[in-house]
Design a protein around this ligand. Structure first.
Ligand SMILES: Nc1ncnc2c1ncn2[C@@H]1O[C@H](COP(=O)(O)OP(=O)(O)OP(=O)(O)O)[C@@H](O)[C@H]1O
Ligand SMILES: [Mg+2]
Length: 251
């Protein structure tokens, strides 16, 4: 089992869009996949077309408090092989909850308990730098960092990397991804030229449509350029995970 966190301290950079779409490609490839939404805003459920009404007994907060088995709080999505551990309003104060619990590895341990059921867990992180992100980084095998193109992208990535390193002894590998790229803009082309190895996700109305149709792009526009870019990104992440684990990663 591998945990892939999609994280940035910045809001609105495409974390949820990437997490949900990458998870869909992973599931399409035959992996049992879970999208674990740890952002109280609950964008993961929305994007995957899940109308989730949290039950008090199975709230996100109760999962972190260990009052609910995470496996019992998981809901299926309309997409084969892809399940969701939803967020809800009960984790607005997850940072304080985790701090009060004093369990630094609670998130990693909960993820570990799901390893018999899932080959891949994608963490859709909130844009914070606190106990929630620290625990997510500790649980992650790889961290995807979406960065909108700007002359400061490399610096922004370095800052996130520094923060992740500062958040604990465990430093998962981090993969910067240029999100929302418009190649018609000189500045965006310059950022690509300056960071030629970084994967690029185009700015595209087809990707925005994910939030309208409440479905991953691969399910309604599989041959579009942004769908292919996300499929390529998934293959790159998968290859990175396979490298890290030697031959352990299933084909
Ligand atoms: N490549 C893209 N092209 C066009 N629109 C995009 C792209 N990626 C994301 N968006 C749109 O940008 C908005 C923000 O995306 P998203 O919710 O994925 O960001 P986020 O980083 O998860 O935000 P938050 O920090 O609030 O959780 C959404 O409306 C989404 O549809
Ligand atoms: Mg989000």
């Amino acid at each position: 089992m591998a945990v892939i966190a999609v994280y940035s301290v910045k809001g609105g950079v495409g974390k949820t869009t990437l997490a949900a779409n990458l998870a869909w490609y992973a599931a399409q490839g035959g992996r049992r996949t879970l999208l674990w939404d740890i952002d109280a805003a609950g964008g993961g459920a929305f994007l995957l077309g899940v109308d989730h009404t949290p039950k008090k007994k199975r709230s996100a907060e109760s999962v972190f408090a260990r009052e609910t088995d995470p496996l019992k709080a998981i809901v299926p999505t309309p997409f084969p092989g892809l399940d969701l551990l939803p967020a809800d309003g009960t984790i607005w104060a997850l940072d304080a909850q985790l701090a009060a619990l004093g369990k630094k590895n609670r998130l990693a341990k909960l993820a570990g308990e799901m390893q018999d059921h899932y080959q891949l867990i994608f963490l859709d992180c909130p844009p914070v730098l606190n106990q929630v992100s620290t625990q997510a980084m500790r649980a992650a095998d790889v961290v995807i960092v979406p960065l909108p193109p700007s002359p400061l992208s490399a610096r922004a990535f370095a800052l996130v990397a520094e923060e992740v390193r500062g958040s604990g002894k465990h430093h998962p590998p981090m993969l910067p991804v240029l999100s929302m790229v418009d190649r018609r803009r000189t500045l965006h082309r310059d950022v690509i030229a300056a960071n030629p190895t970084w994967p690029v996700i185009p700015f595209a109305s087809t990707l925005e449509q994910c939030a309208v149709l409440r479905a991953p792009i691969g399910s309604f526009a599989p041959t579009s350029a942004p769908a292919q870019a996300i499929a390529r990104l998934w293959r790159a992440i998968d290859a990175k995970l396979a490298q890290r684990k030697g031959s352990k990663s299933p084909a």
